[in-house]
Design a protein around this ligand. Structure first.
Ligand code: PA5
Length: 445
């Protein structure tokens, strides 16, 4: 087993009876999911995806990644939300938070089109100067404003550097299989395209071409990634809470929510997990946060954030619990030598690996936070391998779907995201929004 749940530090907050009481609800959620009978059932493609994926396209992804690695120093990945978070998270998890600086044999990967900041975009443009680069534009709808603006700019840059014909060979489009502006343009100009399946939503799409192409470009083993997810799928097929760590996690977080712990903080002691935290926040935030319900997904990297958020977690309002992703083996370890003279007084740390110090920090923090009234759920992961990130991704997907059904919400839609877009379009004068424009401008006066 690749992931192991430890619920020991929730025992003061969640009783055996609580778990027994929620077991029938878990069974029901499991049935809804497996029989595809619940809300959002047309977005369940992710459930069997680790086994049931397009093998021909998978090979094409590997070939495209090979080509990009051979002809590009930089890969520009354009996408927002579910169309970029998973890829970036997996690359940083498997490689490093400083991937672009540390790895020299694979292209640097810059993620853009995930904001409307002109400064952020300009920075990435300048990072491409005098470099050979390719673009992977990712948008299921093909119409999202942020990536569309970025694509305009980078496509022009590419065409002015290489000419239209060569530029077309350096643009890889991941979008709907037959519709949308990106697909139409690709058909016209001849870009290589990859598919976001109809029944897979953005936040469940990292194991499709959406995530796989950038991840493969970074030199991560995408076969191992899929294998990890496939093994997790097999491991979490049983609805018995005692045998299914994924559902036990869903049960614990929902019991805690019902007891007033409405904030879940995902914690890791490895900075390379920071983007996985962001991926998790989108996954759970968009899936559960609706109908005036849902746990608020937050995150921290420790011990870093113990120096900023630690005070609040220890003694602030008691509304949170922590889920700790406990990575057992770091990618690299350092040995701490004794220092002659012991001028800094740190020789009590000497003759051991730094990972041991990190572990003791974790253990001490767990005890302190539990004493402070913050329940701790531990998810143990062996190491930062591609196999484990695949496993973990599936673990969170399935727990998220189950949690959504426990809350009686549709975990697979995100109707609330449209509100800001509507207002932004009206304020920018997009045709069709004229009535709203006047109303909003009056409110802003
Ligand atoms: O989870 C989601 O569906 C969203 O975050 C989308 O991925 C995001 O809005 C980008 O959409 P698109 O891929 O259509 O550009």
């Amino acid at each position: 087993m690749s992931i192991k749940l430890n619920a020991k530090y929730t025992e003061d907050f969640v009783s055996k009876t609580d778990l027994e009481s929620i077991a029938p609800e878990i069974k029901k959620a499991h049935k809804t999911l497996t029989e595809k009978s619940g809300a959002g059932n047309d977005f369940l493609g992710w459930v069997d995806l680790p086994e049931n994926y397009d093998k021909e396209e998978f090979e094409r992804i590997k070939k495209a990644a090979e080509k990009i690695r051979s002809d590009s120093q930089v890969l520009i990945v354009i996408g927002i939300g579910g169309s970029y978070l998973g890829a970036r998270a997996a690359v940083e998890f498997c490689k490093s938070q400083n991937y672009n600086l540390v790895y020299k044999d694979t292209p640097q990967i810059f993620f853009t089109g995930n904001s409307i900041s002109s400064s952020a975009l300009s920075d990435i443009v300048s990072l491409c100067e005098n470099k050979d680069f390719s673009i992977n534009v990712i948008s299921k709808s093909g119409t999202t404003t942020e990536p569309a603006v970025a694509f305009r700019i980078f496509r022009e840059l590419l065409e002015s550097k290489y000419g239209e014909e060569e530029a077309a060979k350096r643009i890889y489009v991941t979008t709907d299989k037959c519709k949308g502006t990106l697909k139409e343009l690709s058909n016209k100009v001849g870009y290589e395209t990859f598919v976001v399946p109809d029944d897979v939503g953005g936040r469940f799409s990292v194991l499709t071409a959406v995530g796989l192409l950038p991840i493969a470009c970074a030199g991560c083993d995408i076969d191992a990634l899929m294998k990890g997810a496939a093994d997790a799928r097999a491991a979490y097929a049983d609805c018995d809470l005692q045998k299914n760590d994924c559902y036990k996690y869903a049960a614990l977080r929902n019991i805690l929510y019902r007891k007033g712990k409405s904030v879940e903080m995902l914690i890791a002691y490895e900075p390379s997990f920071a983007m996985m935290n962001e991926w998790y926040k989108q996954l759970f935030g968009e899936s559960e946060g609706k109908d005036n319900k849902g746990l608020f997904p937050a995150s921290c990297i420790f011990s870093t954030d113990l120096h900023s958020m630690g005070q609040f977690i220890q003694e602030g309002s008691r509304t949170m619990f922590e889920t700790i992703v406990d990575v057992k083996k770091p990618a690299q370890d350092l040995f701490i030598d004794p220092l002659e003279g012991n001028f800094d007084g740190l020789n009590f740390l000497a003759n051991q690996n730094m990972s041991v110090v990190n572990r003791k920090a974790m253990e001490g923090t767990i005890l302190a936070h539990t004493d402070g009234g913050v329940p701790e759920v531990l998810i143990g992961v062996d190491d930062l391998s591609a196999y484990n990130v695949g496993y973990l991704i599936y673990f969170f997907w399935r727990a998220c779907a189950c949690s959504g059904y426990l809350l009686s919400v549709n975990p697979f839609n995100q109707p609330g995201v449209e509100s800001y877009k509507k207002n932004m379009f009206a304020l920018l004068g997009k045709p069709g929004y004229e009535n709203l424009t006047a109303e909003l401008e009056a409110k802003l006066k």
